[in-house]
Design a protein around this ligand. Structure first.
Ligand SMILES: NC(=O)c1ccc[n+]([C@@H]2O[C@H](COP(=O)([O-])OP(=O)(O)OC[C@H]3O[C@@H](n4cnc5c(N)ncnc54)[C@H](O)[C@@H]3O)[C@@H](O)[C@H]2O)c1
Length: 254
């Protein structure tokens, strides 16, 4: 029996089959979960990618900048499953001006977009799903270690710092309903989001050498395994946590 047997999981953020969310959805199904996906923008592309999962999964439209999409989400998810045991937030975006070394000149409008899509949406998604969430459920988000300033990551780094704080506040407020809230801080992975960061190669070049366990930039499975573990019943007393899945880089100095 899989560790997610009988669980109903909403997975956001599938765009291509290299998306971290695709790997999470696939593994969740393999571990026995019923998965519902959300997609943003290119829905026909997401639907095509969803067909590559072991089981067919419905795809619902969700732009986290749309109040209407968020307000109707629980009803739309409820047409496919009668409740939710887990929600995966695998969403991030920052305009190009907010990345790549332009930190001192980025406009507030562009910073605001990065924060709304990458930080505030974590809370917005969790609250939108609350009507369906069962006791013992889990919210899991994808993070990039925000304890330091990185090259080129710029306002996305600030957004991730906010995400880490949001994770703690959500854990505080959802604990009363016995809902756990945790982040997986993954090392760099070659996804669409990563490719859109000018200068991302700087991470690619140094990470595998710095990581005590080594690091494969094209393997999303370790991050997906951590997400699935956190969605399972095997972390019953863990919330507000950040699990690093980065080959160990966060633990190493120069
Ligand atoms: N790739 C990496 O190196 C890496 C490392 C650590 C954490 N992460 C995080 O993992 C998460 C998933 O990213 P990924 O690397 O799999 O890339 P990805 O490009 O496959 O996924 C990003 C997703 O965000 C979605 N998105 C963007 N704007 C949205 C909006 N307004 N509403 C709803 N969805 C929206 C996109 O449609 C896409 O599915 C992000 O939070 C990212 O910051 C990525």
């Amino acid at each position: 029996m899989g560790i997610l047997q009988g669980k109903r999981i909403l997975v956001t953020g599938v765009l291509t089959d290299s998306s971290i969310a695709f790997s999470v959805a696939k593994l969740a199904q393999q571990e026995g979960a019923t998965v519902v996906l959300t997609g943003f923008g290119r829905l026909s592309l997401v639907e095509r990618i969803a067909k590559r999962l072991p089981e067919p999964a419905p795809v619902l439209e969700l732009d986290v900048q749309s109040t209407e999409h968020l307000d109707t989400l629980a009803d739309r998810v409820g047409e496919h499953v009668d409740g939710l045991d887990g929600v995966v937030h695998s969403i991030g975006f920052a305009p190009q001006t907010a990345l790549g070394g332009n930190f001192l000149n980025t406009s507030w409008e562009d910073v605001a977009t990065a924060l709304q899509v990458s930080t505030y949406s974590y809370k917005a998604l969790a609250v939108a799903c609350l009507p369906l969430m069962k006791e013992g459920g889990a919210v899991v988000g994808l993070d990039f270690d925000a304890s330091k300033a990185w090259p080129v990551y710029d306002w996305m780094g600030v957004a991730k710092a906010g995400l880490e704080s949001c994770n703690r506040y959500l854990a505080r407020d959802l604990g009363k309903q016995n809902i756990r809230v945790n982040l997986v801080a993954a090392g760099p992975l070659r996804t669409m989001a990563a490719k859109s960061i000018p200068g991302f190669k700087e991470f690619e070049d140094s990470w595998p050498d710095k990581a005590p366990l080594g690091w494969d930039l094209s393997d999303t499975l370790p991050a997906a395994k951590a997400c699935v573990a956190l969605l399972s019943d095997w972390f019953p007393a863990t919330t507000g946590e950040i699990v690093h899945v980065d080959g160990g880089v966060h633990a190493i100095g120069a």
